[in-house]
Design a protein around this ligand. Sequence first.
Ligand code: HEM
Length: 479
Amino acid sequence: MALLLPFLLIVVVAASILTHPRRSRRPVGLPLGSLGWPVVGETLEFLSAAYSSRPESFMDLRRALYGKVFKSHLFGSPTIVSTDAEVSRFVLQSDARAFVPSYPKSLLELLGKSSILRLNGALHRRVHGLVGAFFKSPLLKSQITADMQSHVERAMATWPEGRPVLIQDQAKHLVFPVLVKGLIGLEPGEKVGFLKKQFREFIAGLMSFPLKLPYTRLYKSLQAKRSMVRFVREIIDEKRRNPSPRPSDVVDVLVNDTSGQITDDVISDNIIDLMIPAEDSVPVLLTLAVKYLTDNPPALHQVEEENMALKERKAEVGLCLEWKDYMSLSFTQDVITETLRLGNIIGGIMRKAARDVEVKGHLIPEGWCVFTYFRSVHLDDSVYDDSLRFNPWRWKGKETNAYSFTPFGGGQRLCPGLDLARLEASIFLHHLVTTFTWVADDDDEVVNFPTVRMKKGLPVRLMRKTNACCLTPIANVQA
Ligand code: HEM
């Protein structure tokens, strides 16, 4: 899902030429701001900030001039930008009578018309409810835990010492097969390899120019999607012939639904969409957590200590770790929360107003886009003290706030995979810190656009721990 917003830039010029409804009159209540240049609006300024290390600088400048909610013209549409937690929450909480998701044409084509990202109303609620409930189920969490543990252990046993290992690549390598098994029940092997290859072709098109001629990027991605759909259809057919009374993957859950709303198109489109976080957002979360810990030895030390203690406790009684054990690691969870806040894997989301909407004295006119920019809230010093600093201790004993902490969105479209993302990150960090110490191999930096990632893939040099009881010595441990 993180790939969707950046993609908008690819179609900006074409879309803006076709759909530039500039208004001569300023309707009452429209927020302050500028629609920028004819046709391109303020998109170039936005992009120039987005490619820098401080993407929020575009917003900061306008916030200072116009306030936390302002009008602009981005990616071919007149847009209300919200950097205000309350306004953004209102937008997220509203249903399709007020706001609908807004994506470019070619992206919609790649996702398919039954994609959860395009659905609204009853069918959206049904798919979201079914998938969300399954992702929350202890059964799936146990399965993901067992699979992720065995994958991580096997992979880490082969990681070389003293030679650079790219954490970002390794994270992708680990997460994809585990989530794919939870989606379609496929064990790692040749078929998953085939699927991964097709999926990479598909995902590359999410950022392509919307031209569907042979040999174009979009065309190749659509071909790859077709072959994935055929593949998933065979699995659906098999499961329809032999339904499983106890669902163990998402296809089972959707096939077993008796509402009559869930067609094969709905299942196949959504299964493919659900693979997107497995290749993108979750591996990035794992990678950023390692990056921030590498740069913050006191935090790394505390994570090691907490995870070593859990490992030893379990070893003493001869038990394996279960998902609840990982989720009970309070400091590790705070590290993940802080990584989500600072990393802003999804900086914000776009909606389109289905009618005139008024919120906090601002008018969002029908047909305009609204861009809820979470990053500005997550990095606001008045909300988070010293907001650019990685400080997991800020979360100690605190609940996250549904207004000012929205890495997973909110409302009816709240990410159904949020628990799984946290669980996978916890398992990965547990095994990493209890198996290795490491140093950064090279200076690397976070790139924020078109998607968040490490520029060089976060190369590190690992040292295997010989004595699991020995923690990294550290002089200055933060209380
Ligand atoms: C770090 C990891 C992740 C982040 C930061 C993230 C973030 C988000 C955000 C911000 C949204 C809201 C989009 C909107 O309102 O338009 C979303 C939606 C969604 N996410 Fe995630 N996500 C993550 C992992 C996952 C995982 C692991 C899955 C499942 C395998 C998943 C499945 C979905 C789905 C299906 C939606 C669409 C929900 C709907 O429209 O009803 N995500 N995610």
